[in-house]
Design a protein around this ligand. Structure first.
Ligand SMILES: [Zn+2]
Length: 320
């Protein structure tokens, strides 16, 4: 068994380039794989390795001054769900495309247990899923507003419209996968005038571990090769449908037409029927990869990723 961790810490790094070089060298030596972003505002990462490797990584990171007390969300996996190690600098740890959004001005943390209590109370609140639509589609908290956005940086625009629909004195609850997107988005909501803004500390992943997934429907999308992980082991029924067959499903594939490459919910039956494509048109495309049923659900490593601003550039490169 391997461990997969997801973590972030906002803490000023004066020289991100040097920090990044040293960090990358350490990770390479250790042999972990994953994706780590380092910037002036701190660190944001997800990586996998053996339990020993992960423990050593955590020890290393948390002994760097200012990086103690990190809340690591830990899962186990039968394989390391990353092809390689990517450790690089970035201006924003999570791309909201807005400068000066300081998590210190964000909402209050609700621990998983408190979150559950509020959800079970009679209190009136609005619940916002601060993730992209392809993530919330396969799983979300009961009653959540699920914005129709494909990238995190579309959230500020989304908020411009949402602002007119919900009173500023309403209690706001928000959540994302591991908490980092709420760190930024809660700041924007407070700037807009909501006072009672609350974010799920540690996100869905920590909630799943501590509260077993109560009030959460479906599964959780993750940004590694697993793509989808369970939240509530007692309720594994998919809440989404295969886009080809219309039957319940929550497995994702990228359209086999490399010009399309759309990430879509597809069952095995649907994948066989459309040869891994999202539509008949794509199935006819000259850019279609050969269909291999054995590997149809092995994620093709170039799809939408809120971590990964290089995605679109890379996609164009590979097409040329
Ligand atoms: Zn397609």
């Amino acid at each position: 068994m391997y461990e997969v961790i997801l973590y972030y810490k906002f803490n000023e790094i004066e020289d991100p380039e040097t920090f990044c070089e040293e960090h990358k060298a350490f990770c390479k030596e250790l042999g972990v794989k994953g994706r780590i972003y380092i910037g002036e505002e701190g660190i944001n990462g997800t990586l996998g390795g053996t339990p020993e490797q992960v423990t050593k990584y955590k020890e290393h990171l948390t002994t760097i001054p200012g990086f103690d007390g990190i809340d690591f969300k830990t899962d186990t996996s039968e394989y390391v769900p990353f092809a390689k190690l990517k450790c690089k600098t970035r201006d924003e740890l999570v791309a909201i495309h807005k400068e000066g959004v300081d998590p210190d001005d964000g909402g209050a943390y609700l621990e998983p247990e408190e979150w559950k209590q509020v959800m079970e109370s009679e209190e009136d609140y609005v619940l916002i899923d601060v993730r992209n639509d392809y993530e919330s589609k396969i799983g979300h908290f009961e009653g959540a507003v699920t914005p129709k956005v494909e990238n995190f940086y579309e959230f500020p625009d989304w908020l411009e419209e949402f602002e007119n629909k919900v009173d500023k004195d309403k209690k706001v609850l928000m959540y994302c996968t591991g908490g980092i997107r709420c760190e930024k988005f809660s700041v924007l909501m407070k700037e807009k005038g909501w006072d009672d803004v609350n974010q799920l500390h540690g996100g869905i992943l920590r909630y799943a571990h501590e509260e077993g997934g109560d009030h959460y429907k479906g599964k959780c999308f993750v940004f590694d090769d697993r793509l989808v992980v369970p939240v509530n082991e007692d309720d594994m029924d998919p809440i989404a449908e295969c886009e080809i067959t219309g039957k319940p499903a929550d497995t994702y594939i990228n359209c086999a037409n490399m010009e399309c490459n759309k990430l879509f919910v597809c069952s095995e039956e649907g994948a066989r029927k459309m040869e891994g494509c999202c539509s008949e048109e794509c199935r006819q495309s000259e850019y279609k990869r050969p269909f291999d049923p054995e590997n149809a659900f092995r994620p093709f490593r170039k799809w939408y990723n809120y971590f990964d601003e290089d995605f679109k550039e890379r996609e164009v490169e590979e097409k040329q």
